[in-house]
Design a protein around this ligand. Structure first.
Ligand code: ADP
Ligand code: MG
Length: 499
């Protein structure tokens, strides 16, 4: 199969043009993110998801004659917050344009969008790429071209009646942010990392709930291929993807489709395609329209959008700590590895939980417990962290019990399971159920003696190969129900075996 190379992790020697059959994939994403706001972009109608069809529709949304749009200031503030979160230039003056096209679920006959002068200009999103051959991850900056505000369209429903189609205008006029990346993405993994990171930033900011299955966030994926060193090839756009996994699959399929055509001496038609997750293929939907087909012009019903730098600064000062800053703090102040830090900051709820566990404790130990025990168990149990049956205080208590030497790490895992199932105070559980670690050397010594006496052959072997001492430690731990202090066992075993 033709190899798609990730230019960031591959060996640079392979980039001599024409030297191999390798191809490079070029990807740019247009993400539509629904603005978190109670009301629509230009009307006071509700944005609630899942309402009765056509129950959240004002006269403005239905485009009744004589109705005028009125900008919703909260949507503007959300777009500015998002721009700031993407380290982007905020344009103090932007313009709403009409993008003209006909669709049954677009009663105005045009979409109000921003074309030449968007509210947000260039920014960046940092993604983590890897692992490379050495197992390292590298930060890569993906450019953001722009972010603009626009109205969402309604929904046509073709599956409700044998001979009629229905239209639901609840979504009509809901505010969207279209966030357009530069063609900086080089593999399906990077595209998935980009969407994941963008969603995380939007959720931290509270500007979009990022719920892709409900359609609050969806992506148009632009794909082209080239031989390394060549200029950009013709792109195809795969529309309306609402799953990160499918985005990855669609890119892989589409890149290979284009390569097969080019290797056959053909050329790529610029077109809009759809991904069929059942067949795992993209198929042509229509040839790509150009901007001039839409007859964009400034909407005469709306003044240009203008605000002051002081307004922007005010919003900036209220921004929460974002994932990159949190990750840097977890690494520098709490001693976490960059990898553990990025696992924890990916979801704000996980980071918040971790910080409560780590409060006044060793950060690394707390991170270990949250990542390896809690997150694993939540996943296994298909439970959200907000519904976790075990609280940060309870895990903190376990960490303290280990640190004090009251229980071993192994016993702590058993206590974790008990607290998960039954609740309760970990210290009390350890006390009541006699789970305390045995630190009494006399008792441990007796257990060591017993194992040594019962295994003379192993003793002879261990005298020649001291690393076999570990086997005795394991046996003693087993015979004491895991309650013996492992350091004490190890010391005694070595002493008695004379290794
Ligand atoms: P349009 O509305 O025509 O799709 P936009 O400017 O909104 O145009 O979006 C273009 C998207 O396509 C951007 O995300 C950009 O990065 C991406 N893109 C541009 N050229 C290429 C290319 N050769 N290959 C892949 N993606 C590209
Ligand atoms: Mg597009």
């Amino acid at each position: 199969m033709t190899e798609l190379i990730d230019t960031r992790t591959a060996d640079p020697k392979r980039f001599i043009a024409g030297s191999a059959d390798d191809w490079e994939v070029i990807i740019g994403l247009e993400v539509h993110a629904q603005v978190s706001s109670n009301a629509k972009l230009f009307s006071g109608a509700s944005t609630r998801f899942g309402a009765e069809p056509n129950s959240n529709v004002s006269l403005v949304d239905a485009a009744m004659p004589g109705m005028l749009p009125v900008i919703n200031e909260e949507c503007v503030a959300q777009a500015i917050r998002t721009g700031l979160g993407l380290n982007a230039a905020i344009n103090l003056r932007s313009v709403f344009d009409r993008k003209n096209y006909f669709y049954p679920d677009l009663p105005q006959g045009y979409q109000i969008s921003q074309f030449k002068d968007p509210i947000v200009g260039e920014g960046t999103i940092t993604i983590s790429v890897g692992p490379n051959k050495k197992g390292e991850y590298e930060d890569v900056e993906i450019g953001v071209e722009r972010l603009h505000l626009e109205q969402d369209a309604g929904k046509s429903m073709h599956d409700q009646h044998p001979t009629m189609s229905f239209v639901d205008l609840n979504r009509t006029g809901v505010a969207l942010m279209e966030i357009v990346s530069k063609p900086d993405i080089r593999s399906s993994d990077e595209a998935k990392a980009y969407v994941t990171k963008l969603r995380s930033i939007l959720r931290y900011l509270g500007t979009c709930d990022g719920n892709m299955s409900e359609g609050s966030m969806r992506a148009d994926v632009n794909v082209s291929v080239r031989r390394p060193g060549e200029g950009f090839g013709t792109r195809c756009e795969i529309k309306n993807m609402n799953s990160i996994r499918f985005i990855g699959q669609a890119i892989e399929y589409e890149a290979r489709r284009q390569i097969a055509i080019l290797e056959d001496g053909g050329s790529i038609d610029q077109e809009t395609r759809l991904y069929d997750p059942v067949k795992g293929e993209t198929r042509s939907m229509r040839s790509k329209e150009d901007a001039h087909d839409y007859r964009y012009f400034p909407d005469p019903d709306l003044l240009p959008l203008e605000f002051s730098q002081a307004y922007v600064d005010g919003l900036k000062s209220d921004l929460p700590e974002l994932p990159d800053a949190k990750k840097a703090r977890f690494v520098s102040e709490m001693g976490l590895s960059p990898y553990d830090a990025s696992v924890l900051v990916a979801e704000k709820a996980n980071a918040d939980y971790f910080e409560k566990v780590a409060d006044g404790r060793d950060g690394k130990v707390a991170a270990n417990w949250v990542i390896n025990n809690l997150l694993g168990k939540l996943k296994e149990d298909d439970t959200e962290i907000s519904d976790s049956p075990i609280s940060p205080q309870q895990i903190g208590c376990l960490v303290d019990l280990i640190k004090e030497g009251t229980i071993s790490g192994q016993i702590a895992k058993d206590v974790f399971e008990i607290v998960w199932e039954e609740g309760g105070d970990p210290a009390q559980i350890v006390e009541n159920r006699g789970m305390k670690q045995v630190t009494d050397t006399g008792a441990i010594e007796a257990a060591v003696d017993e194992i040594i006496a019962a295994n003379p052959e192993q003793v002879e072997k261990a005298k020649e190969r001291p690393q076999l001492a570990g086997w005795f430690v394991g046996q003693v731990m087993k015979s004491t129900g895991g309650k013996a202090n492992p350091q004490a066992v190890q010391a005694l075993v070595k002493q008695k075996l004379g290794v």
